[in-house]
Design a protein around this ligand. Structure first.
Ligand code: UDX
Ligand code: UDX
Length: 480
């Protein structure tokens, strides 16, 4: 019987291991983490992450062949395959600060694996890491191995939050990178056999280690690039009177381009896109490729521009000041169907509005007040350190309230900013909202979820990303 242990019970480790346990009943899967509250939550009725379908999968396997534990060393020692899915934050100081990945947690995981192992193991990179991390990890393992054989594989995860379970059940592909030696090939085969329980063989791609590592960074960079491209077009649409939704539709109909990931928005967020592109940029620079680095950097700069542009539009439309005006924020998560706020564009938009002294009233169906306050007081990149998972007393920001209802948030407000595309925002009673707001009443739709014409008929002044502007907005241009 194969035993699997996964270090890191986060958004990646938790759902991935739960699905492996479900699909491979004869394999024992232990998910371990240094965070006691996280493990306690995985063992409770209230899982630490919100993900449609996850509860059901966990309920079916927990206690049967799926276990959550803080006894990291014991489970690592007993396992045949060790997945590592710990944080890989962006470095905030020292060499490569603001760009390079900080591999502190990865390195200490590797040292611990070497320390506690008494039998040969396959060590699988599940966290996204810079290219050639496997080589460094291999060195740590082999220098401390006491004669034990470690095979390192790269098996990047492509699940997207909000659809993680679906993505894991039916992946477009599973990617496994390994050493091109007989032992490497054997390790690849072992992991392939795990996935082959439910993934068709032709969807399991085997490559060398570096291709697997780089493919993950490349996939995220390509996806983010599409969003920055359509967001760049959205600015031009607003300037010219074109409609970005129509442009996306027309462009996406070309089968060479495809229709997915062409929704203009207030900007992309999430734990991966920015971090992975920064990583890619840094790797290019280190390899003497400044032109390539510069090219990918633009994807992030365009995303920053889009968030700033949104804030400027809000402020400019409201007579160039939002000081002491109540502004309702609907949605704080980085996308719908998740409670995750890592790198959410809402953080930069809220900080921008707070900087202009607005009074914010925030509502998100899945994000807690504690989380929102923490996010708005945290320094850039600090979210990716395990310490932030521990309870702390969030800073009080006086200009801010967090409420549990969209109508409460918008009561007496001058403006509404929609920052996450939660389905419920499409069907709110906007007439009721309008009646209880200050006039003129504004809606700034950062996700193009509302029916702008319907809202205009109610009396709102409406801004939708990349759509022809209301006369009011044309008269109040944002000066960058
Ligand atoms: C993580 C990484 O953040 C990401 O870079 C990578 O691509 C995939 O793995 P995610 O699962 O979303 O993604 O992160 P997170 O929810 O923060 O989970 C990481 C977990 O590892 C945390 O629960 C943390 O407590 C744990 N951890 C971290 C350890 O158990 N040991 C450590 O030494 C460090
Ligand atoms: C992403 C990748 O999709 C996934 O393969 C990888 O494993 C991790 O990173 P995730 O960040 O969970 O997944 O969500 P994703 O659906 O990719 O959305 C990322 C951000 O882009 C969100 O803020 C989303 O709102 C935004 N987005 C997405 C757009 O603005 N427009 C789009 O058309 C699509």
């Amino acid at each position: 019987m194969v035993k699997i242990c996964c270090i890191g019970a986060g958004y990646v480790g938790g759902p991935t291991m739960a699905v492996i346990a479900l699909k491979c009943p004869e394999i024992e899967v232990a998910v371990v983490d240094i965070s006691v509250p996280r493990i306690n939550a995985w063992n409770s009725e209230q899982l630490p992450i919100y993900e449609p379908g996850l509860d059901d999968v966990v309920k079916q396997c927990r206690g049967r062949n799926l276990f959550f534990s803080t006894d990291v060393e014991r489970h690592v020692c007993e396992a045949d395959i060790v997945f590592v899915s710990v944080n890989t934050p962006t470095k905030t100081r020292g060499l490569g600060a603001g760009k390079a990945a900080d591999l502190t947690y990865w390195e200490s995981a590797a040292r611990m694996i070497a320390d506690v192992s008494k039998s040969s193991k396959i060590v699988v990179e599940k966290s996204t890491v810079p290219v050639k991390t496997a080589e460094a990890i291999e060195k740590i393992l082999s220098h401390n191995s006491k004669g034990i054989n470690f095979q390192i594989l790269s098996n990047p995860e492509f699940l997207a939050e909000g659809t993680a379970i679906e993505d894991l059940f039916k992946p477009d592909r599973v990617l496994i990178g390994g050493r091109e030696t007989p032992e490497g090939a054997k390790a690849v085969k072992t992991l392939k056999d795990v996935y082959a329980h439910w993934v068709p063989e032709d969807r399991i791609i085997c490559t060398n280690l570096w291709s697997a590592e780089l493919s993950k960074l490349a996939a995220n960079a390509f996806l983010a690039q599409r969003i920055s491209s359509v967001n760049a077009m959205s600015a031009l649409c607003e300037a010219t009177g074109a409609d970005v939704t129509e442009v996306s539709h027309a462009v996406g109909k070309d089968t060479r381009i495809g229709s997915k990931f062409l929704n203009a928005s207030v900007g992309f967020g999430g734990s991966c896109f920015q971090k992975d592109i920064l990583n890619l940029v840094y790797i290019c620079e280190c390899n003497g490729l400044p032109e390539v680095a510069h090219y990918w950097k633009q994807v992030i700069l365009m995303n920053d521009y889009q968030k700033t542009r949104f804030v400027n539009r809000v402020v400019a439309s409201m007579f160039n000041t939002v000081a002491n005006k109540k502004v309702a924020i609907l949605g704080f998560a980085f996308k719908k169907d998740t409670g995750d706020t890592r790198e959410t564009p809402a953080i930069d938009v809220c900080k921008g509005l707070l900087g202009d002294k607005a009074q914010l009233s925030i509502y998100d169906p899945q994000v807690s007040e504690d989380q929102i306050r923490k996010d708005l007081s945290m320094n850039k990149f600090d979210w990716d350190h395990p310490a932030h998972l521990q309870p702390s007393s969030p800073t009080a920001i006086k200009q801010l309230s967090v409420v549990w209802d969209a109508y409460e948030a918008t009561k007496d407000a001058h403006a509404v900013c929609i920052l996450t595309e939660w389905d419920e925002f499409r069907n709110l009673d906007y007439q009721k909202m309008f009646d209880n707001m200050q006039k003129p009443a504004f809606v700034f739709d950062g996700r193009n979820v509302v029916d702008a014409e319907k809202l205009r008929n109610i009396g709102f002044i409406v801004y939708s990303i990349g759509k022809p502007l209301d006369a009011w907005l044309k008269d109040m241009p944002a000066v960058a």
